[in-house]
Design a protein around this ligand. Structure first.
Ligand code: CAA
Ligand code: NAP
Length: 247
């Protein structure tokens, strides 16, 4: 296989870590983009090294800042070369019923989960098109597909991720660059563990497979979407949710 350079945002979170590991196992050079306020970077790198992943390049920046994204991609290119695979994975929740939701909770989720796609993708998509090869993989959510009470902000942002991806896929289809979405169901990471236990139990009870997804199951899907064999797939959304919802 051809070794590619893959940049993953939110790389040190639950799904991000698994995506980095699976892409590295598939032979890619991985750039781990992390939030500058994350203060366990050295510990994370030690854990990765202990697991046999010694080769991650790290770049820090806030994905809701266009300036930070320009800086992160410039650093990634200097350290690893042009970015061939971009995984827009960084995300947050600020769950609240709409009646009680504050404007700052709306803005934080839209800027981190949706405007980040403009900020990051803008840095790499034209260059991918010039080189005639690229993979853009955006992490949405089952709750962007079906809507979830308590998540008007998050469901709107994640539905926006899907719309963005379909539109950009159409623009780049003839240029060798694919744009696809993974819409995970409930996955065992700290984002889900923040849900009140009794609410989470009800959610898991409603999943036909009666379990949370594993981060590595999302990583494996990324490896597929990044592969040569996925070259005919674009504008698609992979729903990986234990049977919770079908489109
Ligand atoms: N549908 C409709 N109404 C609901 C509801 C539901 N699923 N859940 C609660 N309500 C109603 C309640 O009946 C209540 O109504 P009344 O005021 O008339 O009695 C009202 O909403 C308030 O409910 P709560 O007491 O539960 O409100 P709260 O402020 O304690 O909690 C919440 C609100 C934080 C949103 C909580 O309900 C919650 O955590 N819900 C789960 C949301 C969720 O699934 N988040 C996913 C996070 S992980 C993630 O996002 C990853 C991913 O992509 C899958
Ligand atoms: P996570 O463990 O909380 O990871 C999220 C990562 O994003 C963290 O590393 C976080 O860094 C980073 N991040 C947050 N805000 C950022 C910002 N402004 N700039 C840069 N990085 C930022 O959650 P996860 O479950 O792995 O989520 C990864 C993605 O999957 C998210 O987009 C999420 O919406 C999506 N998703 C998750 C689930 C699920 O059930 N877990 C389901 C569907 C979709 P800090 O921790 O340092 O802030």
């Amino acid at each position: 296989m051809t070794q590619r350079v893959a940049l993953v945002t939110g790389a040190m979170g639950g799904i991000g870590t698994a995506v980095c590991q699976e892409l590295a196992k598939a032979g890619h050079k991985v750039v781990a983009a992390y939030h500058p306020q994350f203060d366990n970077k050295d510990e994370w790198l030690k854990e990765q090294a202990a697991a046999g992943f010694n080769d991650f390049v790290c770049v820090a920046g806030d994905v809701s800042s266009l300036e930070d994204c320009q800086k992160m991609v410039a650093e990634a290119e200097a350290a690893a070369g042009p970015v061939d695979i971009l995984v827009n994975n960084a995300g947050i929740t600020r769950d609240r019923m709409f009646a009680k939701m504050e404007k700052d909770q709306w803005d934080a989720v839209i800027s981190t989960n949706l405007s980040s796609l403009f900020n990051m993708t803008k840095q790499v998509s034209a260059k991918m098109a010039e080189r005639g090869w690229g993979r853009i993989i955006n992490i949405a959510s089952v709750n962007g597909v079906k809507g979830q009470a308590g998540q008007t902000n998050y469901s709107a942002a994640k539905a926006g991720v899907i719309g963005f991806s379909k539109a950009l896929a159409a623009e780049l289809a003839a240029k060798g660059v694919t744009v696809n979405v993974i819409a995970p169901g409930y996955i065992a990471t700290k984002m889900v563990m923040a849900i009140k236990p009794e609410v989470l139990q009800t959610i898991v009870d409603g999943v036909p497979m009666k379990r949370l997804g594993k981060p590595e199951e999302m990583g494996a899907a990324c490896v597929y979407l990044a592969s040569e064999n996925a070259g005919f797939m674009t504008g698609a959304t992979l729903n990986i949710n234990g049977g919770l919802y079908y489109q």
